[in-house]
Every structure is written in C-alpha cells, then in structure tokens.
Design a protein around this ligand. Structure first.
Ligand SMILES: Nc1nc2c(ncn2[C@@H]2O[C@H](COP(=O)(O)OP(=O)(O)OP(=O)(O)O)[C@@H](O)[C@H]2O)c(=O)[nH]1
Ligand SMILES: [Mg+2]
Length: 372
C-alpha cells in the first residue's frame, strides 16, 4: 500500500518534471521559432536592402548608359551635320580665315549672307548686338529661329501610317522615299511603297529598283494610269496585309500647273477614302541647292493641300545651308530630315542644336565657357 502511494508520488513527480521539461521544450520551441522569425526578417530585410541597393545601382548605371548614349548620338548627329554643311562652312573662310573667340559684327553679317540666310532673318538675328559677338550670343539668337516648328506626334500612330511625298521636279522625292523606307525597315517596321508617279515610266522603274534593292514591297501600275488609284490600292493593301508604313510617291510638279495641282488634291482626297485621315503626313521635299527660293514653292504647296513636314535634300551639295533658318522661321512647318547624299542611308533627323553648332564650329573657336 505504502509502496503504491510512493510509486504514485514518484510518478507524479516524474510527470511534473516531464511537464516542466515539455514546457521548457515548448519555450525553447517558441524561442527557436521567434529566433527563426527574427533571423528570417533580418535576412529578408537584408535581401530587400541588397535588392534595393542593386536596383539603385542599376538605375544609376542605366541612367549613366542612357546619358552616354544620348551624348554619343548627339555627337554622331553633329558629325553628320558637319558633313552636310561642309560646303556652306568652307565658304566662310573667305570672310573669317581663322576661327576666333569673338567676331566683329560685320563679319557675322557677311557670314550669314554667304550662308543664304534671308536678309529679313539676318536683321532679326543681328538686332541688339554690339560691335563684337561671342559664340554664345549668336547661338542664343539662332536656336530660337527653329522654335516655332510644331512638334510631330511620333507615338500612337495609325496603322498603316501613310505618308504622301510631294515636291517639284527633281527635288529628290523618290530617293528620299527609299531613304525613309530604309530607315523604317531598320526599325523593324513593315514598309509598303506606292509608285504614285505614273507620269513617267522611268519613275515607276526607279522606285521599283529601290524597292528590290532594299527588299521592300511595292504597289505599282502602268505609266499613264490614275495616280490616285495607285494611292488607294497601296493603302488598301497596306491595311489588308498589316503594314506599319505606307509611303506614296507623286510626280514632280510646279505649284503653278493647275492640272497637276488638281491631281494632287484628288490624290489626297482618295487617300482619305481608303483610310481615315490618310495621308497622315504630307511631306514636302525641298531641294537644298535652291536655297531661299524653295520657300515660295513650299508656301504655295502648303496653301494647296497643307504640308505637315519638310525634308531638305542635297544639303551635301550646297553652300546655302543657311536657308534652313528662313525655311523654319518663315514657314513654321517642321523640318523633319535632311538629305546628305544619294545613298539610302544618307538621311539624318534634323536637330536645331546639331545644325547650329556645326555652323558655329566653322567660325568660332570652342571656348569652354560657351561650349554646349
Ligand atoms: N547629293 C545628293 N543628291 C541627291 C539627294 N537626294 C536626291 N539626290 C539626287 O537628286 C536627283 C533627283 O532625285 P529624285 O529622287 O529622282 O528626285 P524626284 O523629286 O523624285 O524627281 P522627279 O520624280 O523627276 O520629280 C537624283 O540624281 C538623286 O540621286 C541628296 O540628299 N544629296
Ligand atoms: Mg521621282
């Protein structure tokens, strides 16, 4: 009996001990859990922090890459403009044989006349200048001449995006179409050309040759056929076959030729029947070698059908680069590109900064303070 109670007592003690142990275990378990959780939180926080750090680092690196890329692109663009303005700038040396930091009033005036800037614009630029002019002072007057050009929408474009190319005979329309097509193709766009110059058989052939050379699709018909029908067929095919860009050529014409200007109006109207709001851009091609006389042409075409953008060709072959200032400030139509040769790659996006700096490089030394 006694031993039974003793045993029970012992058992109870053991149970208590076990309970204590198990509660200790529970406590340990809890502690371990808490510790684990703390550790996990710390390591999460660390990972998060490291990730944040990496993200910040990534951002800095990406921003650095972006700004280097932008700088490189600007430099490349400026080099292109220096090439385009070679002839214009080489003429300056008869007025200013050696580049200078500060230039005399009359010399600047002569340089601008030599570059074929219109006199009205020259007066506007020279107004308020003292006897000597620095690079910075002149730059601040030249850049705003391009400020009135409206910006062109480049995003959310309709598909296909239809461009109609117009201009006088020999301005460089067909060659510029090849250059634009080549540019869009290199951006992975699906491009379709429309041989809308049905006036001459050679014109259809010329565009076809470019199309096969660049491996780009083309819609064409026989010489003498209705140009607006070609425009309609090209746009319809562009819609049906999911093209990104449609570029339509037209015959060269003078603004004074009534029949041809009526034909142009008809082409524009028919385009809008094939696709809403087409043509989305009516681009006027101006021959850069004509200098300021191209302005009157552009004005007349603008009154006729409304021009959305200008491309100045043959800048490589002229000393009249300064005409671009008058074109921009008088027409207030954006200059989109500049042609600098006969190859498909000889087209550069217009940049007022690169253009003005290339001109200024021809007469001014690059002093650090004024350098942009
Ligand atoms: N140097 C140089 N030549 C160019 C440039 N753009 C066009 N040309 C040349 O100018 C000439 C006329 O070019 P086209 O593209 O046939 O001109 P177009 O306006 O289509 O002529 P039409 O169809 O006859 O009205 C060709 O010999 C082209 O190679 C350019 O930017 N620089
Ligand atoms: Mg042509």
């Amino acid at each position: 009996m006694f031993s039974f109670f003793k045993k029970k007592e012992k058992n109870n003690e053991k149970n208590e001990e076990l309970q204590v142990l198990s509660s200790k275990n529970e406590k340990n378990k809890e502690e371990i859990e808490v510790e684990k959780e703390v550790e996990q939180n710390i390591s999460h926080a660390n990972i998060k922090e490291t990730k944040e750090d990496l993200r910040t680092d990534d951002k800095t690196v990406n921003e650095a890459i972006k700004s280097t890329k932008e700088r490189d692109e600007k430099e490349i663009q400026k080099n292109f403009f220096s090439r385009a303005l070679e002839k214009t700038v080489s003429n300056f040396s008869s007025i200013i044989p050696k580049k200078k930091e500060i230039i005399f009033f009359n010399e600047i005036e002569d340089v601008l006349i030599e570059a074929d800037m219109e006199y009205e614009v020259i007066e506007q630029v020279m107004e308020g200048f003292e006897n000597f002019i620095s690079r910075k002072q002149l730059r601040e007057k030249l850049i705003p001449l391009f400020a009135d050009m409206p910006k062109i929408e480049e995003e959310n474009l309709p598909k296909p995006f239809v461009q109609l190319i117009i201009g006088v005979n020999g301005a460089g329309k067909t060659t510029t179409i090849a250059k634009l097509a080549n540019r869009y193709k290199s951006m992975n766009k699906k491009v379709l050309l429309g041989a809308g110059d049905t006036f001459r058989a050679a014109a259809i052939e010329q565009l076809s040759t470019w199309a096969s050379k660049l491996d780009i699709a083309i819609i064409k018909t026989k010489q003498g056929h209705d140009a607006s029908a070609v425009a309609y067929d090209t746009i319809s095919s562009g819609i049906a076959k999911d093209f990104d860009n449609v570029i339509i050529d037209t015959a060269g014409r003078l603004q004074t030729q009534t029949n041809l200007s009526n034909e142009l109006k008809k082409i524009v109207k028919v385009c809008s029947k094939a696709q809403e709001n087409a043509p989305h851009q009516k681009l006027m091609i101006l021959d850069g070698t004509q200098g300021n006389s191209a302005i009157a042409q552009a004005k007349a075409f603008h009154e006729m059908i409304g021009i959305d953008g200008i491309i100045v060709t043959k800048l490589d072959g002229t000393a009249k680069g300064g005409a671009l200032f008058s074109i921009a400030s008088q027409l207030k139509i954006p200059i989109l590109y500049v042609g600098i040769g006969e190859k498909a790659t000889d087209l550069i996006e217009f940049s007022a900064d690169a253009f003005v700096d290339s001109l200024l490089d021809g007469i001014f030394t690059k002093d650090l303070e004024d350098k942009n």
